[in-house]
Design a protein around this ligand. Sequence first.
Ligand code: HPA
Length: 269
Amino acid sequence: MAKIGLIGGTGVYDPNLLSGISEENVTTEYGAVKVKLGEYEGTTVAFLARHGEDHAVPPHKINYRANILAMKKLGVERIIATGAVGSLNLEMQPGEFILVDQFLDFTKNRIQTFFDDSERGVVHVDMTEPYCIELRKIIANAAATLKLPVKTSGTYVCTEGPRFETPAEIKMYSSLGGDLVGMTSVPEVVLAREAEICYATIGMVTNYAAGISPTPLTHAEVVEAMNRNNENLKKLVMRTIEIIPQERKCECQNAIAELGSLGQGKLLS
Ligand code: HPA
């Protein structure tokens, strides 16, 4: 069992911050998921590379439901996710960490719920605070102790990908209130919420978005920027794990309480 889950995005493919690593193949009704389990400072952590260890899975093909259900089955209560993001907001600069607090969903073709048949019932999960307030505060405190540049809110525009955006799209997203753009936070955050798992994303700004950046974007540029900041990202995750309290006091654990005690049981059965 692991109470903390780590979902590594672009540039974060191995859990070498953990010790005593073992690999577990977790089976779910959506498919099997390879998760690495390891220890850090006496805490068991479950690690999952969102795009696979060789970055072979594009954002629109990630098995989001299997990944989150695998975490749930391992007993995970809190997920710290990392994600490379482009910036639409000149105040959010490459190299900065942003603790995303809202999203705008522009995905097109992704199943966003575990509750899509009559057996489990219908759930309309509340999205007022999609990203756990408590976990975001803990990460912000961890960043402060490390003196890392961090902003504690930002609106994440999730696109379908895998292509990058046009400058016209970026202009539109910006006029709608978007600060950052990426391809993976939805439905990951939504499913975590349905599973009553606290979820926070550490967005790492790798580039200015299309049309803001003076040059065309490449995936290599994103990976290079991630690599430059990888050590800081690891430090931030490790410090967060060090200071995370055992018990959570937030409301994420009651996100689908309207379904009664059966809700989570149905997810795990
Ligand atoms: N667009 C979409 N996803 C991204 C970007 C971007 O500019 N940078 C990193 N991930």
